[in-house]
Design a protein around this ligand. Structure first.
Ligand SMILES: NC(=O)c1ccc[n+]([C@@H]2O[C@H](COP(=O)([O-])OP(=O)(O)OC[C@H]3O[C@@H](n4cnc5c(N)ncnc54)[C@H](O)[C@@H]3O)[C@@H](O)[C@H]2O)c1
Ligand SMILES: [Zn+2]
Ligand SMILES: [Zn+2]
Length: 380
């Protein structure tokens, strides 16, 4: 089959690789119909992780079941399914608590959490390919309703960015009527804004410097805060009578930078402390890593940042972090899409055939104007 293979920093190629096979009785093989490029792929694409050359990318996957192992009970060939980016077993101590992003059986011993085509998250191949092997398939395939094919550009967002955007609002403790500030207006920040709107936020402020992305945020009723035009903290304070937002969301991660492009790894965390009110909550889903040998700054190489802990403590804020437990939300978000109450596809800018993935990676990585979210269509 054809698949998007990582060859080295900023080098992906579409190559022929062996078709995946049923390896365990609980596996299924899914024929991929839609698979997204994610901001998380870019950390790996840029060579800022230890993702192995020769592996296949792709953790935001939707398709049709092609084959099931003898122990799979819930799925039939032909079912339309969306897979959480997390690979999880369903029966370990963490999975049983709903913490499927930290499954104890999907990674090496001593580590928690698995994902398809992801650095340091187990051996699983990615789905930017014609087919994908899904382990523990009964647990890891979310069945989709009859409008699956028609609405696949919405449902594919349920693999990762929509639940992740929802998750960050839950980590932050958003309540109806709250004002929320979101740092980062990429796909995850936009999904956080969409989620906050659905949950009844009174004001949604999104900070970034890309006009095309900020315009999308405005199109769903958010307030765009352009940090290339002035201090974002001051702009948030101005919007909130000087008190700060009730809650804040980090949707950028360790490669956050100033508007000129210089990496400043503590920028968003410290701006959040300053833009969120006394006793407010901060959710962090932007990825931070324990080692970053490619970082420009000495501390960041060790995964450390200079954090404004004194101010955070003084303000009595709380912070919650981590990968999204997609299964904690994916049924409900699927049903919101089915009912027409959520439409995450509003951010899709490009639908392209798998063969054009290398070009799409370059554009999305450069955050080129108009490249907000790319869906690859392997069947086309
Ligand atoms: N925790 C999870 O489960 C999870 C899931 C998916 C993605 N992620 C992570 O979320 C982050 C965002 O993903 P994405 O797909 O939206 O990526 P993206 O890179 O497309 O978007 C990030 C945006 O942040 C902006 N930005 C950079 N520095 C900034 C700053 N200082 N202030 C404000 N905005 C700034 C960029 O201009 C860009 O538009 C990534 O780190 C990704 O790996 C985490
Ligand atoms: Zn993703
Ligand atoms: Zn588990």
């Amino acid at each position: 089959m054809k698949a998007v293979v990582y060859r080295g920093p900023r080098d992906v190629r579409v190559e022929n690789v062996p078709d995946p096979k049923i390896e365990r009785p609980t596996d299924a093989i899914v024929e991929i119909k839609s698979t997204n490029i994610c901001g998380s792929d870019l950390h790996m694409f840029e060579g800022r992780t230890d993702f192995e050359a020769g592996r296949v990318f792709g953790h935001e996957n939707l398709g049709q079941v092609k084959e099931v192992g003898p122990a799979v009970e819930r799925l039939e060939v032909g079912d339309w399914v969306c897979m959480p980016f997390n690979v999880s077993c369903g029966h370990c101590r963490n999975c049983e608590k709903g913490l499927t992003a930290y499954c104890l059986n999907a990674n090496e011993p001593g580590l928690a959490g698995g994902a398809y085509g992801f650095a340091d998250m187990g051996p699983w191949q990615g789905g930017q390919a014609e087919y994908l092997r899904v382990p523990w398939a009964d647990f890891n395939c979310l069945k989709l309703p009859p409008d699956a094919e028609k609405k696949q550009n919405d449902y594919v967002m349920v693999a990762d960015i929509f639940p992740t955007g929802w998750h960050v609002t839950r980590l932050a403790g958003l309540c109806p009527g709250d004002a929320v500030v979101i740092y980062g207006c990429g796909p995850v920040g936009l999904m956080a804004a969409h989620s906050a709107m659905i949950q009844g936020a009174c004001k949604v402020m999104v900070v970034d410097r890309h006009p095309d992305r900020l315009k999308l945020a405005e199109s769903i009723g958010a307030i765009a805060i352009d940090d290339s035009k002035g201090d974002p903290v001051q702009q948030v304070l101005d919007e909130t009578h000087g008190k700060g937002a009730d809650v804040g969301c980090e949707c950028v991660g360790y490669q956050c930078h100033d508007p000129a492009g210089k990496e400043v790894p503590n920028a968003t965390m410290n701006d959040l402390v300053k833009s969120v009110k006394f006793t407010g909550g901060i959710g962090v889903v932007g990825v931070f890593v324990p080692q970053d040998p490619g970082a420009a700054d000495k501390l960041a190489k060790k995964g450390e940042i200079v954090f404004d802990w004194g101010m955070c403590w003084f303000k009595g804020q709380h912070i919650a972090t981590g990968q999204c437990n997609v299964k904690a939300y994916n049924r409900q978000l699927r049903d919101l899409i089915h009912a027409g109450r959520a439409k995450p596809s509003f951010l899709v800018s490009h639908e392209i055939e798998l063969g054009k993935a290398p070009d799409a990676y370059q554009h999305f990585d450069a955050r080129d104007h108009g490249w907000t979210k790319v869906i690859l269509k392997p069947g086309k």
